[in-house]
Design a protein around this ligand. Structure first.
Ligand code: NAD
Length: 430
């Protein structure tokens, strides 16, 4: 019998293109901040990575076993915090990458959290509501030993939303014997959710896109926006820029198709369509375009708000936007970054850990409100959110300018420095 070989590379279990992006970004930041390799491993490798089986009875009386993950990146500054993704191709490595980005995002916004991320490898679009409830409850059940309002707080991400968060909260609460609303964020407001949470990520993206246009001295009125992904983040960012800022939405896509009209798309019709449809596949109120071509069209603001690695070494040189506002997590590969670094005076990048931080910031507000059982109104939430985003934006722009580095490197430098200092001050445990 062949002898077993121990896997000595601690990174091997995370092998995945998204993890590769997170690792390469960290290598760049380590070099910039002169972080020694051993300390770098401690900063980058997740504290815990949990894999569980999620067996569920399906509607046809068969049983399916889905795989669930939760990765908690670090517990140095408080509990971990992060979304839950239900997606058919989710991997442990992708989950780990997303947890690492959450850590940097929380640190940049000065939130008392480490990053986490989790999810189930399933296609929620193919599950009935009852099956989705089965997956959600069983996944949370499996996670109970590892989560808690002071250990790890879950939130929504792609493929999950308020209903899934309510099932998570209910499953956890049944286990402990009383209602624990601080176990998840992104719940309905009548279960302890925060007003403005659902809109927070998209509104934050729109706010920062406007701040970037402001730096470029571009008046946004009547200027153009292309948005990839028309879910929570993309649709709300677009709505904010359309209704509040009076910009023109010229491109919209989802995972099924893309639409483009240089004169402006009929935005209200897209919103109306989504009220009664799951996707845009049978929308026929605007001209279609190849989805890959859509993001290459000229515009003032391009918002990738779907999946990772959509801006790569092949298309980064052909982007024609003035502002790249990264609504999605990890939409830009390191190869694309190298090109965008050369194009810094043409394209203003608002990096993901800054651009989409609105979601975790209001999640933090939700958690604080739940722990205190004292709830704020919408203007208090919005005011506090925009103040934190604006402060982070200014710090990033200032640091990038001072050190002649990209906005992404500047954002990561600020975030990694904060986590590093906390780890070095505390010691090895967390
Ligand atoms: P969602 O499930 O509500 O919407 C995702 C959208 O992207 C859908 O319209 C889907 O059809 C589309 N999509 C999927 N694959 C696509 C592809 N290959 N090309 C074009 N469109 C595609 O998810 P969401 O909550 O809006 O999240 C979108 C992104 O924003 C993710 O990267 C997520 O991690 C990130 N994010 C979300 C939040 C949040 O609060 N929801 C916070 C921070 C970051």
């Amino acid at each position: 019998m062949a002898a077993r070989t121990a896997i000595t590379d601690p990174y091997a279990i995370y092998e995945d293109p998204a993890f590769d992006i997170a690792r390469k970004q960290f290598a760049a930041i380590s070099q910039h901040l002169n972080i020694p390799a051993d300390e770098g491993d401690r900063l980058l490798l997740p504290k815990r990575a949990i894999t569980v089986s999620v067996p569920v009875h399906l509607d046809d009386d068969s049983t399916a076993v889905f795989t669930g993950y939760r990765v908690q990146h670090h517990l140095t500054m408080g509990p971990t915090k992060g979304g839950t993704r239900f997606a058919p191709n989710l991997t442990l490595g992708e989950t780990a990458a997303l947890s690492i980005w959450m850590s940097w995002k929380c640190a940049l916004a000065n939130l008392p959290y480490g990053g986490a991320k989790g999810g189930v490898c399933c296609d929620p679009r193919k599950l009935s509501l009852r099956e989705l409830e089965g997956v959600s409850r069983r996944y949370m059940q499996e996670m109970i030993p590892f989560v808690g309002p002071h250990t790890d707080v879950m939130g929504p991400d792609m493929g999950t939303g308020e209903q899934v968060m309510a099932w998570f909260m209910d499953t956890y609460s049944m286990y402990v014997g009383h209602s624990v609303n601080a176990i998840v964020t992104g719940k309905p407001t009548y279960l302890g959710g925060s007003v403005g949470r659902k809109e927070s990520t998209g509104r934050g993206v729109a706010f920062l896109a406007e701040r970037a246009l402001d730096v470029l001295k571009i008046d946004p009125t009547g200027k153009t926006v292309i948005v990839q992904g028309f879910g929570n983040v993309g649709s709300i960012a677009a709505a904010s820029l359309y209704y509040k800022t009076q910009m023109k939405i010229t491109g919209i896509s989802d995972h099924t198709c893309a639409f483009y009209d240089a004169k402006g798309l009929p935005f209200e019709k897209f919103e109306k369509h989504m009220e009664s449809n799951r996707d845009l596949s049978n929308f026929d109120g605007a001209p279609r375009i190849d989805p890959g071509e859509m993001i290459l069209q000229p515009c003032e603001v391009l918002i990738p708000a779907a999946v990772e690695a959509v801006i790569d070494g092949d298309n980064a040189g052909r982007l024609q936007c003035r502002v790249l506002a990264e609504g999605a997590n990890g939409p830009t590969t390191p190869a694309a970054d190298a090109i965008l670094d050369q194009r810094w005076d043409e394209i203003f990048v608002v990096p993901d850990i800054l651009c989409n931080a609105g979601g975790v910031i209001v999640s933090y507000f939700e958690w604080v409100q739940d722990l205190q059982s004292l709830f704020w109104n919408e203007s208090e939430v919005a005011d506090k959110l925009f103040r934190i985003l604006d402060a982070s934006f200014q710090q990033v722009v200032r640091r990038a300018k001072a050190e002649k580095i990209s906005h992404r490197l500047a954002a990561l430098a600020i975030a990694v420095e904060r986590v590093r200092k906390a780890k070095n001050t505390r010691g090895l445990f967390p």
